[in-house]
Ligand binder design. Structure first.
Ligand code: ZN
Length: 166
């Protein structure tokens, strides 16, 4: 297993919808292991494949019950609203209050090709929504209200300039 660099906001790979996984092979098993290791190293509670530059529709997460993988996730049954200080490994060290559905239902596949069906509430729903957003090519900055988005883009721009200057 290997830890991969995490792609950050502005990288084109984060802006493209990841196509469905069509085959579960040893390469995919290795990828999932690498994603879990990279997520723990960060550390984070979720990681989508395109965050390490791989255009495949799967993500890993761990909200305290051990590492989980979801292949070809599909969300349904969005319900309620919950605002939470949300961050992203691709936009390091920045957090914003973001309103999203409080509950959501997730289906998909595990590494054995078995169907997964899970209900998410609050933090778990947040992880599902955030990671599926990644797989659709959406980073949380796009979910901010206009005022926070303007501030976020300014901060990220200054950061980029700062990095260039050093
Ligand atoms: Zn993220």
């Amino acid at each position: 297993m290997a830890i991969h660099p995490i792609r950050t906001y502005g990288d084109p790979v984060l802006k493209v919808r990841c196509p469905e996984v069509t085959e579960i092979d040893s390469g995919l098993v290795t990828l999932v292991g690498d994603m879990i290791e990279t997520m723990y190293d960060a550390p984070g509670v979720g990681l989508a494949a395109n965050q390490i530059g791989v255009q495949k529709r799967l993500f890993v997460y761990d909200v305290g019950d051990g590492p989980q993988v979801v292949i070809n996730p599909v969300l349904s049954g969005h319900d309620g609203e919950w605002t939470y200080e949300e961050g992203c490994l691709s936009v390091p060290e920045l957090y914003w209050p973001i309103a999203r559905p409080k509950q959501v239902h997730l289906t998909g596949m595990d590494l054995d090709g078995k169907e997964i069906s899970r209900d998410g509430d609050e933090l778990l729903a947040r992880v599902f929504l955030h990671e599926v957003d990644h797989l659709d090519g959406t980073v949380l900055v796009e979910r901010l209200d206009p005022k926070h988005k303007k501030e976020a883009l300014r901060t990220l721009r200054n950061r980029a300039l700062d990095a260039e200057a050093h």
